[in-house]
Design a protein around this ligand. Structure first.
Ligand code: ZN
Length: 505
């Protein structure tokens, strides 16, 4: 008997491209799956880092409870920030709850999920993933981790974030991603055939890496688009999407008419040229401050790094990763403590601003209450005055106060203001207060769209093909799987997706 519920997740695969390329025949497996599926958007919580989506998925609760929604954690005593790591057991994954121990579950490479002890089946974490916290595979048993490495090899890609690549290096990067995708589909097929699973989850994430690194090769509207490079290389994003389609085809050979198949993406991708990288400078100018000598040095070091040959960057990258955050914190810590507000890097498609608040930060400069309210209003007005130098269009579409988000006890970790950028490709950033700032292009050429929309295709016994009546949420998947496998799942914020579970009610 085949697997009862098969979930193929794809990280940061843009739904507009999926639909376009289904339409023009580029993705035949997805086209055929859509024909027999209920399909539609999957929505995220606004302003959240994308780790929230997968954490909602495997816990069945919202970000306000599992707390996994930040890129960095800020310490108001020292003004340091550090990367947020996945924390096991704040909320258990649904497969470890009461009543699930009899169900055989495989969970392979769920992004930002830590290794949870006690699974009845297998879990694999960080085998060749875009977001790696430990840079090495771990699995529910050491023997399983060794078996995977000996059968399917190591990660052929490694760190995908490289500032500049030659045409040959872009081609090599694309080829390595394709190799890793094939290895992942081999791995999924191998373990699918090895057991009779109640639930099998495998996530592919080469779409995430190629989107961040190669969007400018795909999108003619991107300011860094290079026609000659495009003619030489083709479209690496399309190549990776086609390979995902093939991988899906191979994986679906392990499903039968009794299998419920969920194909799921968490959020999309678009051009990355917003104001995030210069937000701290914008805030400094709004406050009327000049950069500290430390931050001027940091800018010099950044431009020196960008000018280094790739081979030196490659050799130096482990050192940079190890010492860079500490050096960064050291340079900026003193400056942050003197300012009224500063940038807090938290969400990928959004930007964060932390107010240096008396009584919360150790050297607070803004009194809570009326003064803080007026300051946040002032910042919001100034941010709305920023325009794109070429078109004159506003750069900021929305400034959200995190206190308006429902995050209960986790709200204190967020920035106080969350900025949503309106213009994807500014030529320069201007306002009467800020003056003119040229945009900075990071190693990311693509970025997640601020709407954070994912995509679902669901097929199986009793599922009626066609567009869903309303979007689903990531916390709906745990109760949906529970209903499909006839297991109880208490204490969830989601609801079973009716279009998927109709025959099981
Ligand atoms: Zn990303």
């Amino acid at each position: 008997m085949a697997t009862k519920v098969l979930i193929v997740g794809v990280d940061a695969m843009e739904s507009r491209l999926i639909l376009d390329w289904i339409e023009d025949g580029t993705l035949p497996v997805l086209a055929s799956l859509k024909e027999r599926s209920a399909w539609g958007p999957v929505i995220n919580s606004l302003g959240m880092h994308h780790s929230a989506a997968w954490s909602n998925f495997y816990t069945g609760v919202g970000a306000y409870r599992h707390g996994q929604f930040l890129r960095t954690v800020f310490d108001p005593a020292s003004y340091h920030y550090s990367a947020q790591r996945p924390e096991p057991y704040r909320v258990s994954p649904f497969w470890l709850r009461d009543g699930w121990r009899e169900k055989l579950v495989a969970a392979i490479n769920i992004p930002d999920a830590p290794l949870f002890k006690g699974i009845n089946g297998m879990q694999v974490v960080e085998w060749g993933m875009h977001n790696c916290h430990d840079k090495s595979i771990s699995a529910s048993s050491p023997e399983l981790a060794s078996e995977i490495v000996s059968r399917f090899g190591g990660d052929p890609v490694g760190d995908s974030f490289v500032n500049e690549r030659t045409p040959a290096e872009f081609g090599d990067f694309r080829d390595r991603l394709l190799r890793r995708l094939r290895a992942k589909s081999d791995m999924a097929c191998h373990y699918l055939a090895s057991n009779q699973w109640d639930l099998f989850i495998a996530v592919l994430d080469e779409t995430h890496s190629v989107g961040h690194q190669c969007w400018h090769l795909h999108d003619p509207a991107h300011p860094l688009h290079d026609r000659q490079l495009e003619a030489e290389l083709g479209d690496p994003i399309k190549d990776v999407y086609v390979e995902v389609d093939r991988a899906l085809g191979r994986i679906l050979e392990h499903a039968d008419e009794n299998t419920t198949v969920l194909f799921l993406t968490d959020l999309g991708m678009g051009p990355a040229c917003d104001g995030t990288l210069v937000l701290d400078e914008i805030l400094r100018r709004i406050e009327g401050r000049t950069p500290s000598s430390g931050s001027r040095w940091a800018a010099v070091l950044r431009s020196m790094w960008g000018a280094m040959p790739h081979w030196i960057q490659g050799v130096a990258r482990p050192l940079r990763r190890q010492f860079g955050p500490k050096l960064h914190n050291k340079i900026y810590m003193n400056e942050r403590s003197q300012r009224r507000c500063f940038e807090l890097p938290t969400q990928d498609p959004w930007s964060g601003i932390r107010i240096n608040m008396v009584g919360r930060e150790s050297n607070g400069r803004v009194q809570p209450g009326r003064e803080c309210e007026e300051f946040m209003e002032h910042l919001t007005e100034e941010l709305h005055r920023l325009v794109d130098g070429r078109s004159g269009k506003p750069l900021v579409s929305e400034v959200i106060r995190s206190c308006d988000l429902d995050l209960s006890e986790n709200a204190g970790d967020l920035p106080d203001l969350i900025v949503r950028w309106a213009v994807a490709s500014p030529t320069s950033i201007e306002s009467p207060t800020v003056g003119r700032i040229d945009p900075v292009y990071s190693s990311k050429k693509g970025e997640h769209e601020a709407d954070l929309i994912g995509f679902l295709l669901a097929t199986g016994p009793g599922v009626v093909p066609g567009a869903l009546n309303h979007p689903v949420r990531f916390e709906d998947f745990a109760p949906t799987v529970a209903r499909l496998l006839d297991v109880s799942l208490d204490d969830t914020d989601g609801v079973p997706i009716a279009a998927v579970c109709n025959s099981n009610t």
